[in-house]
Write a protein that binds this ligand. Structure first.
Ligand SMILES: C[S@@+](CC[C@H](N)C(=O)[O-])C[C@H]1O[C@@H](n2cnc3c(N)ncnc32)[C@H](O)[C@@H]1O
Length: 247
């Protein structure tokens, strides 16, 4: 599949940005851009609209997929994904089991680093969006599987370095994770509510996991204006808790 590009320009002190495929036309208030021309261009080149406005062509990275990719539901926020990557030490030799896939945003971040990601989604109608997002990200090391992770994990004979769970059924999956984790591997479970988090921790408590911790990350962007510098008044509120445990 063709991969998307980011078109970016600065007008009157503001950034205008578009996430586009390399075909058809894009109609903007800065003119029409013939996207087919992108096929003969490379990242760092420019393309002009029919009004002569120049756009720089940039390569999309995982945060661009968080911002612009099609969604089947709410993806995990980069601040929470960062906590998972940092606390599990995800690296290029790792094999990751992920569930549920959702829009595939967490899987895209994981797949950008890891050797392989196997991700399960229970809802068949969500598979196509995730599959398209993986192809657009150019990540062919992500294997998308349809199924209920609670049942599917019991049939797996592969071993993993990290298991990431972002599904309501996470607490029912936990007891099966040690069998498929390499010793030293990590479990990272995301849960939006205290109650789910408690269930996940109780399930972990019945296993041989160690180094158990639950984290909530508060992100505060700093604004810089003529009046002064301070944390933004509007900010991301609570998203979820990340529970990490090591086998
Ligand atoms: C919050 S979304 C995951 C978002 C994803 N981490 C991302 O960043 O895009 C949760 C997903 O888990 C799926 N799901 C729920 N229960 C599941 C199960 N038992 N097995 C597999 N997927 C499941 C849901 O259909 C939904 O798409």
């Amino acid at each position: 599949m063709d991969t998307p590009v980011i078109l970016k320009t600065f007008r009157n002190g503001k950034i205008k940005e578009y996430f586009v495929m390399r075909e058809g036309e894009l109609h903007t208030d800065l003119g029409i851009i013939k996207l087919d021309e992108l096929k003969t261009k490379t990242f760092g080149d420019t393309i002009s609209s029919h009004l002569g406005i120049e756009f720089i062509i940039r390569k999309p990275k995982a945060p661009d997929f968080f911002k612009y990719a099609k969604r089947s539901g709410a993806p995990m926020m980069p601040k929470d994904i960062g906590v998972i990557i940092a606390n599990t030490g995800l690296c290029s030799s790792d094999c990751v089991l992920d569930a549920g896939t959702g829009s595939g945003i967490l899987a895209i971040y994981l797949g950008s680093i890891a050797r392989k990601v196997i991700t399960y989604e229970i809802r068949e109608e969500f598979l196509e969006i995730a599959r398209e997002n993986f192809a657009q990200a150019g990540l062919y090391n992500i294997e998308l599987r349809h199924g209920d992770i609670v049942e599917e994990i019991q049939k797996l004979d592969e071993k993993f370095d990290i298991v990431t769970l972002d599904t309501i059924s996470a607490s029912h999956v936990v007891s099966h994770v040690p069998r498929i984790l390499f010793p030293g591997g990590f479990l990272a479970a995301y849960s939006p509510f205290f109650e789910q988090t408690k269930d996940i921790r109780d399930a972990i408590g019945k296993t041989n996991f160690t180094e158990l911790k639950t984290i909530e990350t508060i992100e505060r962007e700093i604004t810089f204006t003529d009046r002064g510098t301070r944390p933004a008044t509007a900010r991301v509120g609570h998203t979820g808790f990340i529970t990490i445990a090591r086998y």
